[in-house]
Design a binder for this molecule. Structure first.
Ligand SMILES: [Zn+2]
Length: 278
């Protein structure tokens, strides 16, 4: 252990996944008291969900609608709903991949305590992790929410009125004597929309409590989300980064893997099982 107990200046970097590093990952997983997984777009590309921010990705074909514009413009709300109901990108149909499944198993084994995700695809929850343990920094794209009262609307509940009118009516929840009438929006965090306070608080708490912080499939360029690995490291946690491409924080990490998530976590999982059998 001591030989691998590294500082920023001599972090272990590997592009070929050596068995030594895989076993070290497994060892740290088992030795840590509190492990936090931080996942980004790369986590879900193996489920067929393209990276929204990549060149040619979703945002290059669908200009993002700023939060304030959404609030102010009925026309833009119609555009937004047409993207939900007419889009070929159906997040609700995507299935968790091998990487999600392994994290879910590690959760059950007590090797992982929390997941912070930049993804909006609901796949960690779908893989079996309780929604209470998944902190969604950018919200959830698989349902809608009233911006006033927070009531959750499944898309299926909103689709009939969209088909009829081309849009979605205001929130019809009763609040005492009144009807809420708040604007309903996909439960994602839009450009220009403040980061969700509760989720940011939870993510900060989990990050500062953990002793192992693992980044999976995030290029760590979007702030404030990317500040979490830095925070974990400053608080003394070990930092592992697994991403297809190098990230800006690789030099800061204790262990860096450039590779596929499903394949890498499968190898780490084998090492975990072998350690269990010893
Ligand atoms: Zn409402």
């Amino acid at each position: 252990m001591a030989s691998h107990s590294t500082t920023t200046s001599n972090s272990i970097k590997t592009s070929s996944l050596t068995q030594v590093d895989v076993e070290l990952f497994a060892q740290w997983l088992q030795e840590s008291d509190q492990t936090c997984m931080f996942t980004g777009a790369g986590m879900s590309t193996e489920s067929g969900i393209p990276d929204f921010r990549s060149p040619g990705g979703y945002w290059s074909k669908n200009t993002p609608i700023d939060f304030n514009d959404y609030i102010q413009s009925e026309e833009l709300r119609k555009v937004a709903w047409s993207r939900v109901f007419e889009s070929s990108l159906n997040l609700g149909e995507a299935e968790p991949n091998k990487g999600h499944d392994i994290i879910s198993v590690w959760f059950e084994m007590g090797l992982v305590q929390s997941v912070i995700t930049q993804n909006i695809d609901n796949l960690h929850q779908k893989s079996g992790i309780s929604p209470a343990n998944v902190i969604e920094l950018h919200g959830n794209g698989c349902h809608a929410k009233c911006l006033n009262c927070g009531h959750i609307y499944p898309f299926s509940e909103l689709e009939p009125s969209y088909r009829e009118t081309g849009t979605v009516p205001p929130c019809a929840q009763k609040r005492g004597q009144n009807i809420c009438s708040g604007i309903i929006k996909t439960a994602t965090i839009s450009f220009g929309q403040p980061m969700p306070e509760d989720e940011m608080d939870s993510a900060t708490r989990e990050t500062s409590q953990c002793d192992l912080f693992v980044v999976l499939g995030s290029s760590l360029v979007v702030y404030p989300a990317a500040s979490f690995p830095e925070m974990a490291k400053k608080r003394g946690a070990k930092l592992i980064i697994l991403n297809r491409e190098p990230t800006g924080l690789d030099g800061y990490a204790d262990l860096v893997f450039n590779g596929e998530i499903g394949e890498t976590l499968s190898r780490v999982n084998e090492a975990v099982k072998n350690r269990h059998q010893k």
